[in-house]
Design a protein around this ligand. Structure first.
Ligand code: NAD
Length: 371
């Protein structure tokens, strides 16, 4: 139907929903409430197909990513995932650990771009362990390469030396093409933001980083309007604490991105606030950056906002609903502004609420914004 008639063209989307383990089960429910509201109030059909991954899948099927879950992931428009893992499965062989499900999904769907926006809400400045004046206004997009590096490189494993002592090996490896495609993504993103890109590596020590730096610089020649800086990862870890507002877009490797994004999470006050999108060429997976938080699972105290904000990223990148994504982010901001807090971001004088109530508050605000 033409837009001039005031209606949005009807769309049908299939979304694979993997709650996973621990708090994954609780937080995903809150994101689903939001998606159902969008589906009910907009001329769009979201079919939500639930599947099993992680430790709970291992308990049922003996593997963390059963074939039916992989098939579901391969035949949907987007995946929403809670979290996987927990102490119950820690003694399992690496090949069947819950976390393997994530690595396999990333690899099979070629989800090579991981976007981790780090945005400090004004109302949560007190929740950050850093001084307010350091974190105020930060808005960083971390672009992490997700399908290469030491997480996938061969050889890997633990083996015995001739003298019987064991050695552990992992291989840090990047091909030119892998670096080029993630660099192009990062420059494209930087172009739509403040045009300031910092590429993080360890080129003073590591050959794979030397190649990384060369290729990123090469790609940079095609984006003269973007200012490119190279930074060593140890310096970046320090700069994130010293002066985070110098960063607009950070491009980095799989390993360094994993660590730096957890560090950056604390700028916002809690890891429970940070969403992520993992994008391939035609597939995408959305999940909070935190894990299954076994220490607080089943208590209705986990913060569901990272997962809800991941659903907003899904609306923006996979469902062609940028306006609804903006409204959802606004609903989250309003909820925080009105003083509602889960325990991880709680400050005295605010309203302490649980996981479910936090989801309900966001839904309440979103319903108004959508009408
Ligand atoms: P974690 O992110 O689960 O928890 C770290 C700390 O942050 C804990 O104190 C936890 O209570 C808190 N936390 C995390 N999410 C929160 C939320 N939404 N609200 C409030 N507090 C929150 O990391 P961990 O403890 O190192 O790992 C636990 C398990 O999760 C492990 O098995 C690990 O392998 C797995 N893990 C999974 C993923 C994933 O599924 N993407 C990511 C990281 C870790």
């Amino acid at each position: 139907m033409p837009e001039s008639e005031g209606k949005i063209k009807k769309k049908d989307f299939k979304i694979a929903v993997f709650a996973g383990d621990g708090i994954g089960v609780e937080i995903i429910q809150e994101a689903l409430k939001v998606l159902k509201l969008i589906s009910d109030t907009r001329n769009i059909s979201l079919s939500l197909a639930e599947g099993s991954v992680g430790g709970s899948a291992y308990d049922l099927y003996g593997v963390p990513l059963p074939q039916q879950s992989l098939d579901l992931a391969l035949h949907c428009d987007a995946i929403l995932l809670g979290a996987v893992g927990g102490p119950k499965w820690e003694s399992l062989d690496y090949s069947v650990r819950p976390e393997r499900a994530l690595l396999t999904l990333r690899q099979k769907l070629d989800l090579f771009t991981n976007l981790r926006p780090v945005v400090a809400f004004d109302e949560l400045l007190d929740a950050s362990p850093l001084k307010k004046e350091i974190v105020r206004g930060i808005n960083i997009m971390i672009v992490r390469e997700l399908t290469g590096d030491i997480y996938f490189g061969q050889p890997r494993g633990v083996s015995k030396e001739k003298d019987g002592r064991r050695i552990g090996i992992n291989t840090m490896i990047y091909s030119e093409d892998e670096v080029r495609r993630i660099a192009v993504r990062a420059f494209e993103i930087a172009q739509k933001r403040k045009r300031n890109l910092v590429s993080v590596d360890k080129a003073n020590i590591l050959e794979s980083s030397e190649l990384w730096r060369d290729i990123v610089s090469e790609v940079g020649y095609n984006y003269p309007e973007v200012t490119l800086r190279h930074m060593y990862v140890d310096n970046c870890a320090m700069q994130l604490i010293r002066n985070p507002s110098q960063f607009d877009v950070i491009l980095t490797t799989n390993l360094f991105g994993d660590i730096l994004s957890d560090e950056a999470a604390m700028l916002t006050g809690s890891i429970g606030m940070l969403p992520s999108a993992s994008l391939g060429n035609d597939k995408a997976l959305y999940e909070p950056i935190h894990g299954s938080a076994p220490d607080i699972a089943g208590k209705n105290i986990a913060n569901p906002l990272a997962t809800i904000l991941s659903a907003a990223m899904m609306m923006r990148y996979s469902l062609s609903m940028p306006q609804e994504a903006d409204l959802l982010e606004k609903a989250v901001a309003q909820t925080i502004k009105e003083g509602f807090r889960t325990q991880d971001i709680y400050q005295q004088g605010k309203k302490l609420i649980g996981t479910e109530e936090m989801g309900n508050q966001v839904v309440k605000k979103l319903r108004k914004l959508l009408s």
